[in-house]
Design a protein around this ligand. Structure first.
Ligand code: SF4
Length: 330
């Protein structure tokens, strides 16, 4: 009898959330436990099996592990690292809407994520205020209907693909019915950490309307791109989606030229274009990932020298109150 594939919902539900389980599963030094417990009290550990299986056991410096393992260093206070580094709580125009830039806005489609990335700039975001009731969803849609300058809606979160296919299909139909909206964009890390999330139903939910769809994935290291993710991306592209990637420059993860070049080459092999390389947002708890601007610019220049232009992401910073992201290299 054929074995039923494990559903993405099951993979999500069985994610590792206990630091002790993570350390013993990956054969890591138990002395990491106290720090991991303390840091995860504030921002819990969460890592699903398909991502866990790409981490090298016994290696505390593994670039995927570093993104998910809570460390005692997160608790060190630093005056430049704050709760809401991008001032998003001031741009939360209505529950569920973040309207920062002209012509486009973010919809907080789901407050959950499949993985908790330790450097996340929304690790302190008040998601509890952005879990929408049916009436609030209608208000959010009214906000889009009433602003003819909005030509692009961006599904964000949390991770928007943590929402059900039914919810995504409904929302996409409602947005497609607003004539001034021309494009849909989806910012997600879920297919990277659980490639099984890319189902036929999801593709129909996103691609079943008049709106062209761009999916912006979030990979920081080539080791995140395995065969199941490559297959998921192939299905998305076959359905007509444009695939881009944004990364964050992270100390100890990808702050060396070989890692960055290899990431871009592997994205290119899979038909994903590198879009942005963000410098770290100064969120409280992520200070140990900081790479200074001089080094970031040096790495961006080296990428230009080693890669074709279309595989070089733009090195950018997001600053609260600015009208767009700011390139560090002109
Ligand atoms: S998946 Fe994205 S939103 Fe969720 S924790 Fe990671 S970086 Fe943050």
């Amino acid at each position: 009898m054929p074995v039923e594939p494990i559903s993405w919902q099951r993979l999500l539900a069985t994610s590792v959330t206990d630091p002790q389980q993570l350390l013993s599963r990956l054969n890591l030094d138990p002395s990491l436990l106290a720090g991991a417990r303390a840091a995860s009290a504030d921002f819990p550990l969460r890592v699903p099996e398909p991502y866990l299986s790409r981490i090298r056991p016994g290696d505390p410096a593994d670039p995927l592990l570093r993104q998910v393992l809570p460390l005692g260093e997160e608790l060190t206070e630093h005056p430049d690292f704050v709760m809401d580094p991008l001032g998003e709580q001031d741009t939360n125009a209505r529950p569920g809407i973040i309207h920062k830039y002209h012509g486009r806005l973010l919809l907080v489609v789901s407050s959950g994520c499949a993985v908790n990335c330790r450097y996340c700039f929304r690790r302190h975001f008040p998601y509890e205020d952005n879990n929408l009731s049916t009436a609030e969803w209608q208000q959010a849609l009214d906000y889009i209907r009433q602003d003819p300058t909005i030509s692009e809606v961006i599904y964000s979160g949390g991770d928007p693909l943590a929402a059900s296919d039914k919810r995504i299909a409904w929302l996409t139909r409602e947005i497609a019915a607003i004539s001034h909206v021309r494009r849909l964009r989806v910012h997600t890390r879920l297919p990277v950490v659980i490639p099984q999330r890319v189902t036929t139903e999801l593709i129909e939910a996103l691609c079943g309307t008049r709106l062209p769809v761009t999916m912006v994935l979030h990979c920081n290291h080539a080791n995140e791109i395995d065969r199941p993710l490559g297959e998921a991306v192939r299905l998305l592209r076959q359905a007509g989606m444009q695939l881009l990637n944004q990364s964050v420059l992270l100390r100890g993860v990808n702050d060396d030229i070989d890692s960055l070049v290899n990431l871009s080459e592997t994205l290119g092999d899979n038909g994903i274009l590198p879009y942005y390389l963000h410098v770290l947002d100064h969120v409280k708890g992520a200070q140990h990932f900081h790479v200074d601007d001089r080094r970031a610019i040096e790495l961006a220049r080296e990428m230009l020298a080693r890669l074709p232009g279309f595989l070089v992401p733009r090195l950018v910073r997001e600053t609260a109150g600015e009208t767009s992201k700011t390139p560090l290299l002109s």
